[in-house]
Design a protein around this ligand. Structure first.
Ligand code: PMP
Length: 504
């Protein structure tokens, strides 16, 4: 989003070249007499996106860049300012696009940038590494394109997806209840399993109650946007998941951001701004899904208490993995259960299912159960998903060696990475490890070379991360053996070195 002052400076656009009417036509349809308006717009947008001043391109392309930036930012597209600006550098005149215009989105800046990037990858003789189907369960070895691969791309952290007891529970639930909840829970979609799973989650986390939703993403978007409103503020850090950012934006509350892990910056931000909002919610993640840092909960709680704001922790990647028995960052910190105001997590990772949950005090859960739009206007969690998550939590409770083994593997992975001269991001015991390669193309090429050598490691590129932090991301699981890790990392180091040399 553009900062408010820039929005105000762009207000003349409303009365722009269309003499008072807003001109929604594509750039190509606009005329020469609009040039001074473009120049004025350009100055304001260039101020916001200085990257466009560095491009060595024609004026026509500059104008395209301006509108690209404005479309992305003003018309409310999802990319952040930083990524939108980066995207613009990839734009080319339509005449150079590889395919004829044929879609209703051909005029969208984001779509043009996407087509260009896909064409670039294919032009390099590579396959687009996304949406590639695999066969079978996501374990440490998978099959893709008839090849057997050691895989680091799935977050089946404790190997519970595919566990016979979890599979049997899901099948039994289908036999008993069918494949769909067939209604929103508030009307006729409620089944006993929903309440049982919520009770189980609350007991596991030590909270008064819990509530499950049909998607983790939806949980953040819907809960954050329902909990906060205009005089309030949502505060998150630079590593925040898109679902948190979207929830904050939809809430209408003020948004404040700070660099991930910079607690002094957060403290200062709140000291300076606390008086400007009513309720505040800090949203942090137990394990950051891109860089793999584990939350310093003690610092977060200290600051939230000092400034009298609430704390929500997204435990998508920490539930089941962090803490002696997998109860997450609260258990690892030794703090009391009420240190976190809103526990949030997904059922799609360690719980081997799909869906999301929040947990907390009874009032919070009742408020959301009856009034949260993402719950009451959406179907109930499917019987199979509900039963699978319950069975997975049962196993987790009975078998604490699973999270222990995952943490040992994570430590081992980082040791072997260091031995091979690789620097990976993330805390020693974190199940997420990122090898930054710093360039989208290099990340995709490296992933492809590793695929050819028998490894499945996903590249993470724009807009999920900024171009300069393009990376290979490893999800480490309790199922990875030391042998697999020992086999993988020397080859990753070799292939990276080869690619870097050939780029020189
Ligand atoms: N929060 C975080 C931190 C995530 O990484 C994800 C996605 N992996 C989500 C929320 C959304 O969860 P889901 O994919 O289960 O919808």
């Amino acid at each position: 989003m553009l900062r408010p002052p820039v929005r105000e400076r762009l207000a003349f656009r409303e009365a722009g070249p269309g003499q008072g009417r807003r001109d929604h036509r594509p750039t190509a349809a606009r005329t020469g007499r609009e040039t001074s308006w473009f120049t004025k717009t350009f100055k304001v947008v260039a101020d916001e996106f200085p990257v466009i001043l560095q491009c060595n391109q024609t004026q026509a392309v500059y104008i395209r860049l301006i509108f690209g930036a404005m479309e992305e930012s003003i018309e409310g597209a999802v990319m952040t300012t930083q990524f939108a600006a980066a995207e613009q550098t990839a734009l080319v005149p339509e005449s150079e696009l590889p395919e004829p215009r044929k879609s209703i989105v051909d005029d969208f800046a984001g779509y043009r940038a996407l087509r260009r990037r896909i064409a670039d990858v294919q032009g390099n003789g590579q396959e687009v590494p996304f949406f590639q189907p695999r066969d079978g369960v996501s374990h440490s070895v998978i099959r893709r394109q008839e090849k057997s691969l050691i895989s680091y791309s799935g977050y089946n952290y404790l190997g519970l997806s595919g566990h016979p007891a979890v599979t049997a529970a899901a099948k039994n639930a289908i036999d008993k209840y069918g494949t769909s909840a067939s209604a929103s829970r508030i009307v006729a979609g409620e089944i006993e399993l929903h309440g049982e799973l919520e009770q189980k989650l609350a007991n596991f986390l030590g909270t008064e109650d819990a509530l499950v939703f049909i998607s983790g993403y939806l949980t953040n978007v819907s809960v954050i946007s329902h909990l906060l409103a205009r005089p309030d503020a949502v505060i998150y850090d630079s590593g925040a998941h898109n679902s948190i950012i979207t929830g904050a934006r939809l809430s209408g509350a003020k948004v404040f951001t700070y660099p991930n892990g910079d607690w002094d910056a957060l403290d200062k931000l709140l000291t300076e701004n606390r008086a400007s909002f009513r309720r505040g919610l800090i949203v942090a993640e137990g394990v950051y899904s891109m860089d793999g840092q584990i939350l310093d909960l003690k610092r977060a709680v200290e600051i939230k208490r000092k400034h009298d704001v609430l704390l929500m922790v997204d435990e998508a990647h920490s539930l089941g993995n962090v803490g002696a028995t997998g109860r997450g960052v609260r258990e690892a910190s030794g703090l009391s259960a009420d240190s976190i105001d809103v526990y949030m997590g997904t059922l799609s990772k360690t719980p081997a299912s799909s869906g999301g949950y929040i947990a907390g005090d009874r009032g919070l859960i009742e408020y959301m159960r009856f009034l949260c739009p993402g719950l009451i206007f959406s179907v109930g969690l499917s019987p199979a998903d509900t039963a699978a998550a319950m069975a997975a939590l049962d196993i987790l409770e009975r078998e604490p060696h699973r999270p222990r083994r995952l943490r040992e593997r994570a430590r081992y992975f980082r040791k072997v990475a260091r031995d091979n001269g690789l620097t990976v991001f993330g805390d020693e015991e974190s199940p997420v490890a990122s090898l930054i390669v710093g360039d989208d193309k290099l990340a995709m090429l490296l992933s492809q070379r590793l695929f050819d050598r028998g490894f499945d490691i996903q590249p993470i590129v724009r807009p999920a991360v900024s171009a300069s932090t393009a990376r290979l991301r490893f999800f480490l699981t309790a199922n990875h053996t030391e042998e697999q890790i020992g086999e993988t990392l020397p080859i990753v180091a070799q292939e990276l070195e080869k690619l870097r040399r050939s780029a020189e």
